[in-house]
Ligand binder design. Sequence first.
Ligand code: SAM
Length: 332
Amino acid sequence: MQEAFQMSKMITGAWISQMVYVTAKLKLADLVAAQPRTAEELAGLTDTQPDTMSRLLRALASVEIFAENKDSQFEPTPLSEILRSDIPSSQWALAIMMGEEHYRCWGELMYSLETGKKSFDKLYGQPIFEYLGENPEAAKVFDAAMTSVHGRESIPMATAYDFSQFNSMVDIGGGNGSLLSTILGVHESVKGAIYDLPSVINRTQTSLSASPVADRIELLPGNFFESAPAGFDCYLMRHIIHDWTDEECGLILQNCHSAMPDDAKLLIAESVIPAGNEPFFGKLLDLTMMLIPGGKERTEEEYRTLLSENGFELTQVVSTETEVSFVEAMKV
Ligand SMILES: C[S@@+](CC[C@H](N)C(=O)[O-])C[C@H]1O[C@@H](n2cnc3c(N)ncnc32)[C@H](O)[C@@H]1O
């Protein structure tokens, strides 16, 4: 019986995920945080139906997202607060991205199993990063979702590795700059640069404008399949290598290799898959990599091989308090 209960929770997991998605899309958590509201009020504010809204809110309250008071108003809870769009550590953008593109791609898991191809490309007709380049609204959500899902890794990462050994570092595919600005906030003598696609660098400029370390960050537009910027002490890539096949990673690594001084360090920050059966978020994220960008999560041995095939030697793996580790490498 215990197993049947556990399995039925797994089977119906997508119900709750879609409830969370519509809650985020309609910004219900923001509305309820401003003041307790009835289902009728929330329906009026979101252009939805009072009856359906009332049933959604009852279901949400049953999983501790909002709590109904004796006046039939819905009040915030710790779980609804984290879904607000306007707070640090917000999970709002992640809920939107997972409920839209990711939900559709997971619906085509069988297609990817049968063909070995990315379901994203089948559904959207182009690869994810091209799609984001052409869809500014989805791109904004993607940038914010990266902070939702990876933002909590940044402080433990900034302190787990000794970045003060470097004068300069470049975050390859650094996106919205949240990791680099956290590292430079902790290590005040280091100067940094973000290298990303031109359309992303325009957005990075806006997202970094209020950062206290913005004057130590250079923004470098470019394509890591064509080149990497030369002359930095450290080449950092967080959640980049997992997006690509071994062949594509080879191109990125060879471009870094050509640009790096001989004593520079390469730091790949990823969820390094452990052996065994234990739960590990990276084992699930690996399937998202399969469906959407077409990459994979790797074991330490797979990183060692990938690096040595592209002119690097893996020097150490430094773990952090999160699932993400630094795979450090140097040119051979
Ligand atoms: C999964 S996100 C990771 C972002 C960031 N490193 C982080 O950890 O939050 C992948 C990043 O790679 C960038 N990217 C994708 N293709 C690229 C290319 N060809 N050249 C440079 N950057 C690219 C994307 O724009 C995006 O910012």
